[in-house]
Design a protein around this ligand. Sequence first.
Ligand SMILES: Cc1cc2nc3c(=O)[nH]c(=O)nc-3n(C[C@H](O)[C@H](O)[C@H](O)COP(=O)(O)OP(=O)(O)OC[C@H]3O[C@@H](n4cnc5c(N)ncnc54)[C@H](O)[C@@H]3O)c2cc1C
Length: 289
Amino acid sequence: MQIIFNENLSRHNTMRVGGNADTLLLPESEDEMIRAYEETLEQKGRVFILGRGSNTIFRDDDFRGRIIKTTKACPRIKIVQSNRKSFRKRYLVEAGASVTNQSFLRFCRENNLAGPTYLQSVPGNIGGSIYMNAGTGIDEGLAISNTLKEVRVFDGRRIFTLPKESCGFLFRYSIFHKNHWLILSAIFELESKSGRKVEREIRSRMSFAKNWQDLGYPNTGSVFKEGYQHIEGLRGKRFGQAMFSIKSANWIINLGGAKTSEVLALVEWAIDLHEKMGYPKPVMEWIVR
Ligand SMILES: Cc1cc2nc3c(=O)[nH]c(=O)nc-3n(C[C@H](O)[C@H](O)[C@H](O)COP(=O)(O)OP(=O)(O)OC[C@H]3O[C@@H](n4cnc5c(N)ncnc54)[C@H](O)[C@@H]3O)c2cc1C
């Protein structure tokens, strides 16, 4: 396992912000990841589990504790069961927490499976995406939980499996926000679909994302998960090197060297503006450590 001391966290989140972490651990197997988590809990140390950092920003102050980065530990993906004889062919696919959404969808395309193609534009891991219940906007109502069957987790003492009905999934929310369990892998239940159709859906999602999202600068995707209003004057508002994107609504970009305090000041400013204008308080989507 790679252990890095005094690591700059701006390298580990897509907004490219944050101070240093005392220790960053990069386990290279599921066992190593479990042991690292268990040991840290035993020592009553502060710990944060990190995926690709595409929904997480770190504060400017140093992180006193351990970051366990899960991007290398559980990369396996395989079909574990197929039911070709039933009217609707169904397959169970197991994916480790470190599998990226894009590799998961490549696997679906290659195996003619109807994967959640809207996740192609979501730059996260399966673990982080389950934690966040990543998906489309609330109006379209599609989320990773739709195709999930169960999630395998480690709670610090034992490994167990949770059926999706016990995961408390809501819009961009799951039971894992409350319980801080380590997500190890998940089983997805997928129907068959021709690889060419899957490829077409993936391409159409990417062209939608390109048109809508401001990808020219580091960012963390949508800022608010609920209550964002298209208020005149939000776009282009800037504190230091952090700015509400002019291209995309509900989107903050790092113009280069932004501080987390500048990013969060913009978030606070937008919340205040909503309240001053009589709108309900919008709810931030990001995880801030
Ligand atoms: C350009 C861009 C576009 C985006 N578009 C979308 C979109 O369309 N829809 C959408 O829903 N989101 C979107 N996002 C947000 C983000 O990509 C998703 O939330 C993604 O699923 C987060 O995955 P991650 O691996 O980066 O998680 P991280 O940011 O690393 O972590 C998120 C949370 O999950 C926890 N976590 C991560 N891995 C584990 C694990 N193995 N066990 C337990 N907890 C874990 C972390 O502790 C943290 O609390 C976008 C972000 C960007 C930058």
